[in-house]
Design a protein around this ligand. Structure first.
Ligand code: ATP
Ligand code: MG
Length: 418
């Protein structure tokens, strides 16, 4: 019989690599919350129209990447390709925006897009992102970029670069769209099939095409001329970034793949192991989207980072295990289990991660496992330890060993960690 395989572009994350995922997830949660953001979790499935209306017919996502199907009641539903629309739907539906306060929300979770799988590009992928709803202009623009900069630094992404551009107001964009339409239509024969479609549906997206053949025409394309008002806003954002010490560069042809952006848009690229898929995060302001989904007229701004790309870009793979404590039990007697419960509780309170291998009972095998897990400490609970009400704690880095009471454990670990 044929063996089953995961669907194309959908990967299993196996025990060996999961520590890296948990590390990034934990750090991201900590960072978002420390910056005043609250987590929101929404369903993976949404009514299709939520995405077609927000992301736009002209986007690659709606045009050809959505997993859309009919449910048993004949309704068209879609696996979320991104989170902004879902976050807004949830905020509006649950009255989060009712008292017109600013809401800071973050999310972590899988997204689905039917695109050609490559390194850093999958059909099920994972995003971490944040939105500021009812966001003040300039202030919130600088805040979100500071958040992106802070998060990626906190996650130890080496050498990333923030690029931004300003898309202006509706009328400025419309004028620009007309100019681009003429320009690209004239050079149509030098553009790919997808770009032909984009010229009709959303010509700005041609600027976002990654096909090498399209680049010469794109590089020579006319630039958006901002009104005095927009230029002032953009300058103010850039000043605010400078004041906050956030390095970011203007990229005149940067547009984003979704239709709903207005004003500031940005992208973060990194090196590392990323290759062609070098965008680790992207986002922008979307001042008309809340109203277009039936909510009040209020501006918002957000970003999303791709987890797979964050992991590829990260240098430090060793830091994931440094907080891990390996706990070895040498038998499974009820007294041992009771003692173990207390130890686990203490370790949790001390903010440690625990690694265990319940089916092992030989000390030598336990140590091998502990080293393999990258744990800094191994705690041994054997017959003697239970009798003496003391733990044997081995510092695997210094190869030293000490007997410690459960109560003294957090202080011991803190004192011996770097
Ligand atoms: P790209 O230009 O690489 O296709 P995008 O413009 O479609 O990216 P966004 O929709 O802005 O990307 O999503 C934000 C981030 O999510 C991207 O910068 C990237 O890190 C990640 N991402 C997007 N699509 C995928 C995918 N199919 N697989 C893995 N990560 C992805
Ligand atoms: Mg894409």
């Amino acid at each position: 019989m044929d063996k089953f395989q995961a669907l194309k572009g959908m990967r299993d994350i196996l025990p060996g690599e999961v520590a890296q995922w948990q590390d990034v997830e934990e750090k991201a949660r900590y960072f978002f919350e420390a910056n005043g953001f609250e987590e929101i979790r929404t369903p993976l499935l949404e009514p299709t129209e939520l995405f077609t209306r927000s992301i736009g017919e002209g986007s690659d996502i709606v045009h050809k990447q959505m997993y859309t199907f009919e449910d048993r009641g004949g309704r068209s539903i879609t696996l979320r390709p991104e989170m902004t629309a879902s976050v807004l739907r949830a905020a509006l539906e649950n009255g989060v925006l009712r008292n017109s306060k600013t809401s800071r929300l973050y999310y972590l979770g899988p997204m689905f897009r039917a695109e050609r799988p490559q390194k850093g590009r999958q059909r099920q992928f994972f995003q971490l992102g944040a939105e500021i709803l009812n966001a003040k202009k300039v202030e919130a623009d600088a805040e979100i970029l500071a958040l992106v900069q802070g998060l990626l630094s906190f996650l130890e992404i080496p050498g990333f670069k923030i690029k931004h551009n300003f898309l202006g107001e509706e009328n400025e964009r419309q004028t620009y769209i007309d100019i681009l339409k003429n320009y690209f239509t004239a050079g149509k024969s030098r553009l790919c099939e997808d770009c032909h479609y984009r010229i009709e549906k959303n010509v700005l997206r041609v600027l976002d095409c990654k096909m090498p053949g399209c680049q010469p025409l794109i590089e020579a394309a006319p630039l958006l001329k901002l009104s005095d008002e927009s230029r002032k806003t953009y300058d103010a954002i850039r000043n605010a970034l400078e004041t906050r010490g956030i390095p970011a560069v203007h990229e005149p042809r940067l547009v984003r793949g979704l239709d709903y952006y207005t004003g500031l848009v940005f992208e973060v690229v990194a090196g590392g192991d990323l290759g062609a898929q070098d965008a680790v995060a992207a986002g922008g302001r979307y001042d008309n989207l809340i109203a277009s989904l039936g909510g009040p007229a209020m501006g918002a701004i957000g970003f999303a980072a791709g987890m797979e790309r964050v992991l590829l870009a990260r240098q430090s793979s060793q830091s994931a295990g440094s907080r891990t404590v390996y706990v070895a039990t040498l038998d499974a007697r009820p007294e041992t289990e009771q003692w173990l419960d207390q130890v686990l509780k203490k370790l949790y309170q001390a903010g440690r991660k625990v690694k265990r291998e319940p089916s092992l009972h030989s000390l030598g095998d336990h140590f091998k496992k502990a080293v393999k897990a990258g744990a800094r400490f191994a705690i041994i609970i054997g017959e003697m330890e239970v009798k003496n009400k003391r733990l044997t704690v081995k510092d695997l880095a210094n190869k030293s060993q000490e007997e410690v009471t459960v109560d003294a454990l957090p202080v011991y670990l803190a004192g011996h960690s770097d």
